[in-house]
Design a binder for this molecule. Structure first.
Ligand code: SF4
Length: 253
């Protein structure tokens, strides 16, 4: 609900009635003082290459259609990437790697995301994060993650009619997602599944829905520059996700 108190905006997440309304609410949020200060500081200092640009410097909402079957869960926006451009995985090396793979398998219309008006669209895929503000050293605190989880919880509820596969980029997103899924009533095996590249798990919900979660190394330079995550590995994960959407049983009516 836009108009909610920005310091307490996560409390209003459950009242949003559409993905567009949720995205609008997220973009107003100021609930984490440390992250508000960091995102605005990054916009003041600016990386030299972007010194003539006006940074978004607000929470970055998800990106992609509101009826997607595939949801990609990352970590958080980068200070000079999404925090600058205002769109998830746009304007940095991580985004370039991710969109190149999405484009290669047909899930994105372009491979080089640079700005919100670059014309790129996602097909049947939505990108989101468990933390919507850029954190120092890409490390949100557990309290920041828990506070922001209200948005991922609501996003999953609003996507429930369509989402069939979740690709999780990295262990942080994996941990955050399973906490949210457990709260949403999904039956989670015990011990809780461990993150790993290629990990695959199909979950059941008491209402009859099924959901497959796929683990993938994060697209950060730390993984892609070292070859821990190659373009082929990433594309293979998304091809698996596409195949799973084709094989998924019908949703309960
Ligand atoms: S991290 Fe999430 S809860 Fe915290 S200020 Fe940003 S959008 Fe709000």
């Amino acid at each position: 609900m836009v108009g909610a108190d920005p310091e307490n905006a996560p409390l209003a997440a459950g009242t949003t009635q559409s993905i567009a309304e949720l995205d609008a609410l997220i973009s107003t949020c100021r609930a984490c003082p440390r992250l508000v200060a960091w995102r605005e500081e990054a916009a003041r200092i600016k990386r030299a290459a972007f010194r003539d640009e006006e940074y978004w410097a607000r929470p970055v909402p998800g990106f992609g259609p509101d009826d997607a079957e595939i949801l990609v869960v990352g970590l958080a926006p980068a200070a000079n990437g999404g925090n600058r451009t205002g769109r998830m995985f746009t304007g940095d090396r991580s985004g370039d790697v991710l969109f190149a793979a999405l484009h290669a398998v047909g899930l994105a219309t372009g491979a080089h995301p640079v700005s919100v008006d670059d014309g790129i669209e996602l097909r049947n895929t939505r990108l989101t994060a468990p933390v919507h503000c850029a954190p120092p050293e890409n490390k949100p605190t557990s309290s920041e993650r828990l506070r922001c989880a209200a948005y991922l919880t609501r996003e999953l509820e609003l996507l429930a009619p369509t989402v069939r596969v979740i690709v999780v980029l990295g262990g942080f997103g994996w941990q955050a997602l399973f906490t949210v899924l457990a709260q949403g009533g999904w039956v989670i095996p015990r011990p809780r599944p461990r993150f790993g590249h290629g990990a695959q798990l199909t979950l059941n919900h008491p209402d009859g829905r099924t959901l497959t979660v796929l683990g993938c190394y994060h697209v950060s330079p730390h993984n892609t520059f070292t070859g821990r995550l190659t373009p082929t590995m990433l594309e293979d994960i998304f091809r698996t996700a596409i195949n799973l959407t084709h094989a998924a049983p019908p949703l309960p009516s």
